[in-house]
Structure formats: C-alpha cells, structure tokens
Write a protein that binds this ligand. Structure first.
Ligand SMILES: *Cc1c(COP(=O)(O)O)cnc(C)c1O
Length: 422
C-alpha cells in the first residue's frame, strides 16, 4: 500500500502537478473534490473553456455575421488556431489533421475514401470487442457496398486471454492480408485499455497492400502517437475523452499527406472542403483544399471549437512524452495498490488490462467476480468517480494531466474501508 506522505512527495516531485489547477473537479456530497478517474469517458473541464466560449459569444453578440471575418479569431479560419496543437498530439503534420463533425460520422466519411472493396480485396478488419459504434459503422458500410458480415474479419481474443497478442494479429495479417481492404481497429481498446502496437501492425498491413485506419478515441491525448511516421493512411478520434473538450465536442481526423491532392479519390464533399481562397466565389465546381481540410463538409462549430481550443492550449504547456512518463508511473502505482488489496483480501479480482506498460495507456479495467456492484457503489458514494461496465468491470483512468498521486491514496483508503467493514 502507499502511505499518504509518500503520495504527497510524489506530487511535490511531479513536474506536471501544476496543470491540475487548470481544471474544474466535480465535488462530492461534502463539497470535496472528487477522485476523478473517468477521463477515459469525459475529460474534465479546463477552467479557461468558459472564458474562450464567452469570448465567442461576445463576438457573436457584438458583431453578428461580421464575426466570421472581424472577430478576435475570425470564425472562417477558426480551426487553424489550434490545428498545430492537434497535430502534435497525434504525431502528424499540421496539414494532415482537421477538426470536424463527430467521431462516428467521420468514420463513415473516411470509409468512403479508404474502404474501396473490389473482387479480390474486400474485407474490413477490426477487433471483435471493439466499441459498438465502430462495429455498427463497419457493418453498415459493408451493407452499403452490397457485402455481408462475412466480409468482416474480427480479431478474437485467444482462449483464456483478456487481450489480443501482437504476434497473433501479425499472423492473421500474414495469412489474410491480401483480402483486407481496410483495417480500422481502436488504437487503445475502450474496454480492456489494451494499447496496440500500432507501428508494427500498420507496417504489416501496408506491406500487404491494405489501407490502415485507426480509431483513436481512447488513444488521442492518452499515449504518444506518430501517425505520419508510422505511415497510417487515416485516423479519427473524439475530443471529449482524454482531449477534455466537452461533451459531444467536435471530433478530428488525420489523412496522411500521400492522399492529399489526389484527383480521383472518392470522397463525400461539401463547401468547407473547397479551396478556401475561392470558397466564397460560390463556384459550382468543387476545387478541393490540398490538405486534410478537403474532407471538411460544413463551416466550423465555433462554440464547440472554443472549448476544444482551451483544452488543447493546456497540451501545449507540456508534451505527450512528458505526460506519458507520468502516466506510466501513475498507472503503475494504481496497479500496485489494486494487486496488494487483492492479495490482502483475497478479492479474486483480475485486471483485464495488460500488465506490460507498453501495452496499455492510463486506464485499468478491473474484473470483480463478486460484490462488484457493491464495491462500485461504495467508492462512488465516497467521492470516487469511476465507471461501471457490465458484467462486473470497473474502469479507472488516472489521467496524468490532472490526476495526482494523492488521488490514488484516497482511492486506496476508500477501497480498503469497503473490505475492512464487510
Ligand atoms: C467513445 C467512442 C466512440 C463514440 O462515438 P461518437 O461518435 O463520438 O459518439 C466511438 N468509438 C470509440 C472507439 C469510442 O471509444
């Protein structure tokens, strides 16, 4: 177990500790800050979000339509004010990323361009336990192309294992790679927290000639990414999980530059993808932007983007490498606490998340064979915000941006109370 003063010392030595005060923490019933471990589901609100939003509301109030060009940050260019921050987080060139729409909508739009089945190569690859929305999107795309679920290759966990093994994935790619038109796995699995070896998997798929996309909903802002260098074709993510940009806020996409400015790429188009120099000439003929921005359909949702910008400004105060360094330590401490409590109280718990820090982000998923819901209710009523998944799984994500070692000490004491009282 960790001691309170040990946790305090780690907090004092933590070079990122100051970032915590830039976020609002929900309060528990006693008005105390909660132990917030649900950044994997909805990241905390950056304090600056309110100011950024109010500025846009003010400009709208004062300027009306003129705000498009005359506001402090002209709305026509709004996404460009944080595009480079976004690019750094996912390891891309600025022109390879663009914020737009919602995640599932973007998965569909990207499949229009990157899932082009033909006689020989017509399968989609995804993990069997992917986030349901992704499975719905992929299956409906198959139907859209007149194909069936037979064209979906599902990566199943080997018997007795809670996760996939890179070697098995590579073997499957070796065997079936010639049939795969597009792979669209989650970079970090939402349920187990498993982080896939995106670099090796991408390389193997590219060697077989498949298109490679990644759903980075649980990876963006959680683990370092190098989408450009890995040669990923496309990716998509949401901004409300580790990117702390608010409920349902604007999502983002990555398109590798090798696909920019390609004449015959199939794409669903709209006026915001039109060359911005001549967009307002309202010509009937579509002249695409020469960047990922060609995939934009509509003008920017500025109010959502204001919160997104506030959140990304905080990422600019650090780096994914620094965040990752703290994250590995923080999650390791949480793992140690859970393993010790399990030993002491013979709880029968099982971590569904890989033990190897290289194979996980910050989230740990704990399978609790009995009393799971009672334990969850206990910690919830004592100021811990975690997440319950049927059957019997508690997901906890200590987020390096704003969680502290003292948070984990409090969690430890609250869990111990449960076992020592019952
Ligand atoms: C959170 C999440 C989603 C949610 O999709 P939205 O379109 O943002 O509602 C989809 N896919 C994955 C993998 C997720 O983790």
């Amino acid at each position: 177990m960790i001691r309170a003063n040990q946790a305090e010392e780690w907090d004092k030595a933590d070079p990122l500790a100051h970032l915590r005060s830039s976020y609002h923490f929900p309060k528990d019933a006693n008005g105390r800050e909660t132990v917030y471990l649900t950044g994997n589901s909805l990241g905390l609100q950056p304090k600056a979000a309110e100011k950024y939003l109010l500025e846009e509301l003010e400009d709208w109030k004062e300027l009306g339509v003129e705000g498009h060009t005359r506001s402090r940050r002209p709305w026509v260019d709004y996404h460009s004010f944080f595009q480079s921050s976004l690019a750094r987080i996912v390891g891309a060139k600025t022109e390879e990323v663009v914020p737009m729409n919602g995640l599932t909508a973007n998965l569909h739009l990207l499949m229009v361009s990157f899932f082009r089945p033909d006689q020989k190569r017509n399968k989609l690859l995804i993990e069997a336990k992917a986030f349901p929305s992704d499975l719905y999107a992929l299956r409906s795309q198959l139907r859209f192309h007149g194909l069936t679920d037979d064209h979906l290759i599902l990566l199943e966990n080997p018997d007795g294992s809670d996760h996939l093994h890179t070697e098995d994935i590579l073997k499957l790619i070796e065997e079936k790679g010639d049939e795969i038109a597009l792979s669209l796995m989650g970079g970090v699995n939402y349920y187990t927290g498993q982080l896939f070896d995106m670099q090796r998997i991408t390389k193997a798929l590219k060697a077989k000639g498949a298109m490679v996309g990644w759903d980075l909903a649980h990876a963006a802002g959680n683990v370092p990414l190098a989408l450009h260098d890995w040669g990923v074709d496309m990716a998509a993510w949401c901004s409300y999980k580790y990117l702390n940009s608010g409920p349902g806020s604007v999502a983002g996409i990555f398109i590798h530059e090798r696909h920019h400015n390609v004449k015959d790429i199939p794409r669903f188009e709209g006026w915001w993808g039109h060359d911005d120099k001549s967009r307002f000439l309202m010509d009937e003929v579509f002249e695409p932007m020469k960047t990922a921005e060609a995939w934009q359909l509509s003008n920017a949702p500025v109010l959502a983007m204001a919160a997104h910008r506030a959140a990304l400004d905080l990422f600019d105060q650090t780096s994914m490498e620094e965040l990752r360094k703290k994250s590995v330590h923080l999650t390791g401490i949480l793992e140690g606490i859970l393993l010790e409590i399990d030993q002491k109280h013979q709880t029968g718990w099982r971590l569904l998340t890989p033990a190897d820090p290289e194979a996980r982000g910050c989230q740990l998923s704990l399978f609790i064979p009995s009393e799971g819901k009672a334990l969850f209710d206990h910690i919830s009523s004592h100021g811990v915000v975690a997440d319950w998944r049927n059957p019997n799984v508690i997901r906890m994500a200590p987020v390096p941006m704003y969680n502290s070692y003292s948070d984990l000490y409090r969690l430890q004491q609250i869990i111990l109370e449960f076992y020592e009282e019952t």
